[in-house]
Design a protein around this ligand. Structure first.
Ligand code: C2E
Ligand code: CA
Ligand code: CA
Ligand code: CA
Length: 278
């Protein structure tokens, strides 16, 4: 292919082609994997500080691919968002999480609430609120037990996603703002969006025990949360030192490997009222 003089040589790039091909393959394999039952949910506790009572759990999706092995959600959720499969996958996630919650409830081992991650594309989908209402009705779950976790980017810029958030709130479902502090307008959103939980991103938690910027931001964020009457959850807490420092700063909810890794439902059955903190 003879490129015109001066810089228009990038008409064909095998590398880009490979990426597109890989994305298409992954998309098709997800589609098949959903039918073959290759996906499952794991659950991670969110505990109260300082005693460690499990307040809620967050559901997280896992994909066991027959050939690729474990594929992480950070890899396949963005693909599912782009090809639209997230709508069907998201419906399965919501149903599965609510059904699991009701099983725990019947067994007398349910935490107060369960959080489900919902992506931008799902929030913008016209039927999403109806779907949530239908799943709650089907499973017999009280809306007060459900938390929908949304990211700032999903609700940035208003529009359908913001209306969905309002409608979910009207239904009695609580909204958590995920990865809080990493978006473009974290504080701006709080002026109008009816959220009740701020999940303070791991990046602010990582260095909270060291004097410096992260600790200052972690401190400011808990003040904002409390000032607005919101609950702040510290994400990605990995050490006892971090937990102690977060508690000292005013955090009363935390999630992270220090308290419990995401685990399959059977391993999590028996969330007692007081689960010891390791
Ligand atoms: P996220 O919603 O911010 O979820 C928290 C992530 O941090 C999870 O990764 C969790 O396993 C991990 N994590 C928890 N505690 C710790 C810790 O102490 N240290 C470290 N290093 N990591 C910790 P995971 O499960 O790989 O999920 C990654 C992201 O994929 C999620 O981030 C979320 O954005 C997305 N995702 C996961 N499940 C779903 C789902 O069911 N639906 C949608 N739409 N997105 C999902
Ligand atoms: Ca989340
Ligand atoms: Ca998060
Ligand atoms: Ca994240």
């Amino acid at each position: 292919y003879a490129a015109k003089a001066g810089g228009r040589r990038r008409r064909y790039s095998p590398e880009l082609d490979d990426q597109a091909g890989e994305e298409a393959r992954l998309g098709a394999e997800m589609r098949a994997g959903l039918d073959r039952g290759e996906f499952h949910l794991v659950y991670q506790p969110i505990v109260e500080l300082p005693h460690g009572r499990v307040a809620s759990v967050e559901s997280l999706i896992r994909w066991r691919h027959p050939v690729r092995g474990h594929v992480g959600p950070d890899r396949f959720i963005p693909v599912a968002e782009r090809n639209g499969l997230i709508v069907e996958l998201g419906e399965w996630i919501l149903r599965t999480a609510c059904a699991q919650y009701m099983t725990w409830l019947r067994d007398g081992v349910a935490p107060d609430r369960i959080g489900v991650n919902v992506s931008a594309r799902q929030l913008a989908e016209p039927g999403f609120v109806d779907l949530v209402a239908a799943v709650l009705a089907e499973t017999g779950m009280d809306p007060g037990h459900l938390i929908v976790e949304v990211t700032e980017t999903a609700v940035f810029g208003g529009g359908a996603a913001v209306r969905t958030v309002h409608d979910l709130t009207a239904l009695g479902v609580d909204i958590a703002l995920d990865d809080f502090g990493t978006g473009h307008s974290s504080l701006g959103l709080l002026q109008t969006l009816p959220v009740s939980i701020l999940k303070v991103d791991k990046s602010f938690v990582d260095n909270v025990t060291m004097a410096g910027r992260h600790a200052v931001i972690a401190t400011s964020l808990i003040q904002v949360a409390h000032g607005l009457g919101l609950v702040a959850v510290a994400e990605g807490v990995e050490t006892a030192e971090q937990a102690a420092e977060l508690y000292r700063l005013g955090y009363r909810r935390a999630q992270g490997y220090h308290f419990g890794r995401p685990a399959e439902a059977p391993a999590n059955a028996g969330y007692g009222r007081h689960r010891a903190v390791p």
